[in-house]
Design a binder for this molecule. Structure first.
Ligand code: NAD
Length: 697
């Protein structure tokens, strides 16, 4: 089956890539393009060839479904196809509309000329998958747009608009009229190329003009090594660009190929490609289908204008959904609105928001003290105090005033969503939306599906999650949901390590070196140590068998709640966030050890990593087993987007698979023997997977 639509119009052959959704350059499409170009060259009536997209995109790049499969290495490879275009005896013109990304952009750079619609966007985003452009991009881009720009563009992987590419010399002509006239414009351009007998211009024949490239690239290499030590792709990219400057094109292509193939096999790139698919998998829910009815959310109510309420409201205002915010006092509302305003003003000052957008967002925000005013909202998100009685009173009032079919969402972090739903006569419309602080910044949204939550409500909230640009992950109801339930054991193990001989900074440094954005003690200080303390007090009663070191309580008893009190596991200078090791903490720790007859032992970095990260793995496996998470990759997305887990390790579940479950279980077995903490019995799911030779992911 051909994946192109090819027509000859007078002397121009128009080849339209037609492989929805993004004309991914899989084998079948590469074959179709090759065949069409071959025919065009053989046809004496054809004088020029236009390559364009049939839909509103040029090409989104490689077909990721092909990654790792034999098709990806079957001829014609993209490099072969590009070579073929470059050698064509008739001019080939890329007519670019919509996305022109990755391999798609490299294909366009293989054409003799490029025209673009003003709406087109260009990117070489391979770096985000731990790779680099592998079909000549690293060699061609600097030859056209210059060394510095090309390097920035490829190391960031972000997209730029057609006008920018045109200014940089990549686009020969920019078309600003309607998309429906674009093919005709490209055809006309092709005819002019022929009429004016323009040369078959090849980017590969240019050279990079940058006198002191070696010094510049050395500097760039040192910079990326320091800022992203765990990521090999940026350094490899710089090596390729160096080759583009210092060697003939074909030699440079060899360097690029070598690096590309090497990167494909790195655990970092494997983890990043895994995360890319994992993110897409989150929205797939077994019992939700294409025809599940969605509700329209045109207006939102937010209950509680505190830390979370304000941030939550901003998400919806940013997405163009008007918000009405309710609180118990005018003072609280004023404070909430002032915080939102200040946040937007900061963004405005940074130039990341226009005055018009700012005005629109603030105008879409209203406030009230009366539940009656929520009559016309399509959904509410509740973010009041974390107390069941308060939630009960709020949900009863909401049930009384909201229109039928409205969605009632709670932002609770620890309370039972099913119990909250039971306060209403419409539990099918109740759901958890667990935002992370700061709610306007953090990517993660745990969507908590109650026992009675309807499919329509779940599907609507998942879609809404996308609209407000969150990574929405479904969680079942349990204490702490996916993320915090796992975190509790991670923190528990961290405190045990300090009780037994480590220092908070030693634990933090080991985990940060391993890749965590923030070590557990710095994180606890940021979140507030009193929050964990309150949860532990509940646990001591509910789950007396769980082994907690009471050292964390001793820290709280000393009034060390974290950044908000200027001291926690560290101390903080007024108004600053830098964690400074504090001798007073060491005194508390030593006193605690003395009181509890603990002989401090030396704790290695490896032990720190194993006891904390394997705690995440084991609890994650239990969560999976209980069906709280739909799939292992959902757990990984929670950790990658909400807890600063290093992307290059793919998430705790992926990491477990990478080290091998047998090895993970063996270490857990030793920890069980050593600590007598039954937590370390490997989750049955892990044992089953080992027996069946399977992985978690
Ligand atoms: P907060 O104390 O900053 O704000 C709560 C707001 O709710 C206050 O403005 C208060 O006046 C208002 N409120 C209290 N009772 C009310 C009522 N009956 N009707 C209307 N408004 C009422 O608390 P927060 O940190 O924003 O937390 C809110 C919710 O979000 C809690 O359930 C909490 O567990 C959850 N949560 C918090 C975080 C976090 O990091 N702070 C993260 C995730 C989830």
């Amino acid at each position: 089956m051909s994946l192109t639509q090819s027509t000859v119009n007078q002397s121009v052959q128009i080849i339209k890539l037609s492989y929805p959704p993004v004309n991914g350059l899989g084998l079948a499409l590469r074959r179709s393009i090759f065949k069409d170009v071959q025919e065009a060259i053989a046809n004496p009536l054809v004088k020029a060839i236009v390559l364009t997209g049939a839909n509103s995109v040029f090409s989104g790049g490689a077909d990721i479904k092909e990654f790792g499969k034999s098709e990806s290495s079957t001829e014609p490879l993209l490099t072969t196809l590009i070579d073929f275009l470059e050698r064509s005896s008739k001019p080939v013109i890329a007519a670019i509309q919509g996305a022109c990304m990755g391999g798609g952009f490299e294909l366009a750079m293989g054409c003799h000329y490029r025209v673009a619609h003003a709406d087109a966007i260009f990117a070489l985003p391979e770096i985000k998958l731990g790779l680099l452009p592998g079909a000549g991009g690293t060699q061609k881009l600097p030859r056209v747009i210059g060394l510095e720009r090309a390097l920035n563009f490829m190391t960031q992987g972000d997209s730029v608009k057609a006008a920018q590419m045109s200014e940089w010399g990549m686009v020969d002509e920019l078309f600003t009229k309607g998309l429906d006239q674009f093919t005709e414009f490209a055809e006309q351009f092709a005819k002019e190329v022929v009429a004016q007998n323009k040369p078959l211009a090849r980017i590969r024949d240019l050279s990079v003009d940058y006198p002191n490239y070696q010094a510049y690239l050395d500097f760039a290499k040192n910079t990326v090594k320091a800022s992203a030590p765990n990521y090999p792709a940026p350094v490899a990219l710089i090596e390729c660009v160096l080759a583009a400057c210092s060697q003939p094109y074909l030699e440079g292509m060899k360097v690029e190929r070598e690096h590309f193939l090497e990167l494909m096999t790195t655990p970092q790139s494997k983890a990043m490609r895994y995360a890319f698919t994992a993110e897409r998998a989150c929205s797939k829910i077994p019992d939700i289908t294409e025809d599940t009815q969605l509700k329209e959310i045109k207006k939102l109510g937010v209950i509680g204008s505190g830390t979370m309420g304000g941030g939550i409201a901003m998400n919806f205002l940013n997405a163009g959904i008007p918000v009405i915010m309710l609180d118990t006092t005018q003072e609280s509302l004023d404070r909430g609105v002032a915080t939102i305003r200040k946040n937007y003003e900061n963004t405005l000052a940074k130039g990341k928001l226009s005055k018009d957008q700012y005005d629109k967002r603030m105008a879409s925000l209203s406030t009230t003290l009366s539940f009656e005013d929520l009559k016309d909202v399509d959904m509410v998100v509740e973010a009041v105090f974390e107390e069941m009685q308060v939630k009960e009173s709020v949900f009863k009032k909401l049930d009384a005033v909201l229109k039928p079919g409205a969605i009632l969402a709670t932002n609770t972090s620890t309370l039972d969503v099913d119990v909250i739903a039971s306060f209403t006569k419409r539990p099918q419309d109740v759901i958890g939306t667990h935002f992370f602080s700061p709610a306007n910044v953090m990517k993660l949204l745990e969507v908590v599906r109650g026992k009675k939550t309807s499919r329509e409500v779940l599907a609507t909230v998942m879609k809404l999650g996308k609209k407000i640009k969150k990574t929405a992950v479904v969680s079942g109801v349990c204490d702490g949901f996916i993320g915090n339930r796992m975190l509790e054991h991670y923190i528990r193990m961290s405190v045990q390590l300090v009780e037994q001989g480590a220092t908070p900074q030693q634990v933090d440094q080991a985990l940060e070196k391993w890749g965590m954005v923030m070590g557990p003690f710095r994180m606890s200080d940021l979140a507030g140590n009193d929050i964990g303390w309150a949860i532990r007090k509940r646990r001591y009663v509910e789950k007396p068998s769980v082994i907690y070191s009471k050292l964390a309580d001793a820290i709280c008893e000393a009034g060390r709640y974290g950044q908000k009190t200027g001291k926690g596991w560290y101390r903080y200078e007024a108004g600053q966030r830098k964690a400074i090791p504090d001798p007073q903490v060491q005194t508390i720790i030593e006193q605690f050890r003395a009181d509890h007859n603990v002989q401090a032992v030396k704790i290695s970095e490896q032990e720190i990593i194993e006891r904390t990260i394997y705690a995440l793995i084991n609890e994650g496996a239990r969560i999976l087993e209980e069906g709280i998470a739909l799939r292992a990759s959902d757990i990984d997305m929670v950790y990658l987007t909400g807890y600063g887990f290093p992307l290059f390790r793919g998430g705790p579940m992926k990491y477990a698979d990478q080290i091998g479950l047998f090895n993970v279980a063996a270490v857990m077995g030793s920890l069980l023997a050593q600590t007598k903490d039954s937590f370390w019995s490997p989750a049955p799911l892990i044992l089953k997977a080992i027996e069946e030779g399977k992985s978690l992911t």
